[in-house]
Design a protein around this ligand. Sequence first.
Ligand SMILES: Nc1ncnc2c1ncn2[C@@H]1O[C@H](COP(=O)(O)OP(=O)(O)O)[C@@H](O)[C@H]1O
Ligand SMILES: Cc1ncsc1CCOP(=O)(O)O
Ligand SMILES: [Mg+2]
Length: 291
Amino acid sequence: MWRPALSKTPTEIVTAERAGLLLARLRTQGPLVHCLTNTVAANFTANALLAIGASPAMVDNTEEAQAFARAAGAVLVNLGTLTPQTAAAMRLAVKGAREAGRPWVLDPVAVGALDYRTRLAADLVSEAPTAIRGNASEILSLAGETAQAGRGVDSAASSADAVEAARSLAHATGAVVGVTGERDYVSDGARLVALANGHPLMPRVTALGCALSAIVAAFLAIADEPAEATAAALLTVGVAGEMAADGARGPASFATALVDTLYTMTAEDLEKRGHIEPCPHAARSTLRSTS
Ligand SMILES: Nc1ncnc2c1ncn2[C@@H]1O[C@H](COP(=O)(O)OP(=O)(O)O)[C@@H](O)[C@H]1O
Ligand SMILES: Cc1ncsc1CCOP(=O)(O)O
Ligand SMILES: [Mg+2]
């Protein structure tokens, strides 16, 4: 049967149709996602990954991390409750992922607010993450702007104020950068897209951003294009957040409804509710070689 090509224009990062297609592929393939994440987020992250159709495994010891990263579909490195032992495992997992050509995601939790993780993050960024997903303060800090460090794990800045930082970080590192908040932005250094879904209950649930970064890893595992995969993951979770908020009584019932929505939502939901705003002014961004 003939089907219309779900193509994008050369300047577009994602369309709702493409995001729906990737969501369906994720559910069919059920990628293994190797998570080195924090003790707050581990359970919620595993449930969110299972709900959307991926297969999570939390393996953060130095004996197994490198070999497991080589076997996984994608790797998540989240600095939330870092220790010297987990930091060593993270370095090994990144090594394994790179050896095997696997995508890996950095979630720089509280980077900028605390020194030890800020130094580790700088090292990890030089190991070519496929994508970096953080809140505005974290992305501003990684991009070298220290004035708006977060208060612990929460952002002190708005994502709109971190758009340029996201683009310059992507441009400088070659990673796709997703900066989240009331609006989410994704850049590969040349292109930029704004995603205007989500709900104010989302930052009222701990580890939601951590689970989002794990879902970015799941999309990267099954996709060909990292920027499209990252934007599709952010769009999916943003739309799921809006849907889950209908009928939620507060943060706890919202968190449960979000996991259920990741399980039930359809490509049609993405097409009906997804707000994708291409940012044409991104054209002023330069080619990597000019920096
Ligand atoms: N004020 C808000 N309104 C709507 N969605 C939000 C808001 N704040 C955060 N989100 C959503 O919550 C998710 C986590 O983002 P964020 O809170 O920035 O990350 P983190 O938990 O790492 O600080 C993203 O999907 C983002 O779009
Ligand atoms: C509360 C807390 N403390 C250390 S990690 C963590 C979870 C942070 O989760 P998120 O970045 O998704 O809000
Ligand atoms: Mg976070």
